[in-house]
Ligand binder design. Structure first.
Ligand code: SF4
Length: 443
């Protein structure tokens, strides 16, 4: 049994088991349907997803969708955080309404970080790097959880359909977990659902790009989104195996059910708590279900509901720590922070664990092990965009044509340039953000 703990340190060796144990779908099965897939998508770094098809459909049909993810301000922003930023930015460029949250309530309640520190880290580490990497703050939304009353109100509302036993079963909470920690879970659920509020254009497909360790939050939020719905639309079959559509009222009331019935065209039967819609050809059933879903969502909003889509998620693999094993914030050699001096970052690359053999002769004879090499990983995840180039490095390494010393030097140079450029972009980001709402909010 694989344990997924959102507040622990993830060390997952066999990602394929996640698909079977947690019902996560393989991203490679849908990647061909994406117009210009991002590097992480092309290279199987995003390994899995839940419900991404709806987001993909919206993206391809140029209809509205959103992307949201969050950052817990508890330490330096490093390459792991950059992965989430890259994914938010890519979806924003693909037309998504983008939301980036600084999870200061989580950081304060779970890690005990003082509010002033949360703000400082949130702004100076995360928000600056996010904008420096290409997030457009004028088109998107950046917020601190604690500064967003609408979010906290939504969290309170969602709390009506979640109880302690459930949180305990999902997160292993026992009696000594502080209440604020539990509240921060609801706030994260609200973060995920907030892009679907009327103020942000109403219900729409939303993707949450995260590391695989965040799956418990996603599963819980999908359950909550479903519980908050007033109706359920289902495909059913009659005794002759002919499909029909049934709209089941969950908590909407008779008047709302009547409003739905009045807007559905064609033959139907209205019962006390549901409507059955007949006479639809089997080939047309999915298209009609979609139409009826839209009607139901509109009515839900008219009657004070939310009409939420189930939030989707993409799950990326974790990078190894540069010293081998896990990345750890208490071992600075194991990670590269986006804010550290470029010389320091390059030095860490030169000292990183490789998949090389003990001697040059052995390397020439047996080839290296790029799949176990943290330097190769840095190049594949962050430093080299051309697929042909990364493939060439992989082949040369495996065939014993590439030696670790020169390879590390190349990667160190690329890292130096990347971090140096990123620092320059952070300076530009300060100008972009100067006077921006997020800065005005706190300073
Ligand atoms: S040659 Fe490069 S990719 Fe291969 S093991 Fe050495 S450092 Fe890693």
């Amino acid at each position: 049994m694989i344990e997924i703990d959102p507040w622990g340190v993830a060390d997952i060796k066999d990602y394929t088991r996640l698909f079977d144990e947690f019902g996560i779908s393989r991203f490679q099965e849908i990647v061909d349907r994406i117009e210009a897939p991002y590097r992480y998508m092309r290279r199987d770094i995003i390994v899995g997803h839940r419900g991404y098809e709806e987001v993909l459909k919206a993206m391809n049909e140029r209809t509205k969708f959103a992307v949201m993810s969050g950052f817990m301000p508890s330490g330096k922003v490093h390459l792991g955080g950059k992965m989430v930023m890259d994914e938010i930015i890519w979806h924003q460029r693909m037309g998504g309404d983008a939301f980036a949250c600084i999870a200061d309530m989580e950081s304060h309640s779970v890690r005990g970080i003082p509010w002033s520190k949360c703000r400082e880290i949130g702004l100076n580490e995360y928000i600056l790097s996010l904008v420096a990497l290409g997030f457009d703050p004028d088109k998107g939304h950046i917020y601190f959880q604690s500064g967003d009353k609408r979010l906290r109100d939504l969290a309170f509302e969602l709390g009506k359909v979640v109880n302690f036993s459930e949180l305990s079963a999902i997160y292993g909470f026992s009696g000594d977990v502080n209440i604020s920690h539990m509240i921060s879970v609801l706030v994260q659920n609200a973060d995920i659902l907030q892009p679907q509020l009327l103020e942000f254009g109403g219900p729409k497909p939303v993707v949450i790009p995260v590391g695989i360790d965040q799956d418990p939050h996603i599963r819980l939020t999908r359950d909550i989104a479903s519980r908050m719905r007033m109706f359920r639309v289902e495909k059913r079959f009659d005794k002759d195996q002919k499909p029909y559509i049934s709209v089941r009222e969950k908590q909407a009331g008779k008047e709302a059910l009547g409003a739905v019935a009045s807007r559905i065209e064609g033959p139907k039967k209205v019962y006390e708590m549901h409507i059955d819609v007949f006479g639809i050809e089997a080939a047309e059933i999915d298209r009609n279900m979609q139409k009826i879903e839209e009607i139901v969502r509109t009515v839900e909003q008219e009657y004070g509901g939310y009409g939420f889509f189930l939030p989707a998620a993409t799950y990326h693999r974790f990078m190894q720590g540069l010293t081998g094993g896990k990345m750890s914030s208490s071992v600075p050699e194991s990670y590269i922070a986006l804010t550290e001096p470029p010389e320091e970052a390059a030095r860490k690359v030169k000292r990183a664990k490789t998949g090389g053999r003990v001697t040059v002769e052995e390397q020439k004879k047996l080839g290296g092990l790029p799949a176990q090499c943290t330097v190769y990983e840095l190049m594949m995840f962050h430093l080299i965009d051309e697929d042909a180039h990364i493939k060439e490095i992989f082949e040369e390494c495996k065939n014993g044509k590439r030696m670790c010393n020169t390879c590390k030097s190349e990667a160190a140079e690329l890292m130096f340039s990347f971090i140096k450029r990123h620092h320059e972009e952070r300076e530009r980001a300060k100008d972009i953000l100067n006077g921006h709402e997020i800065y005005k909010q706190w300073f």
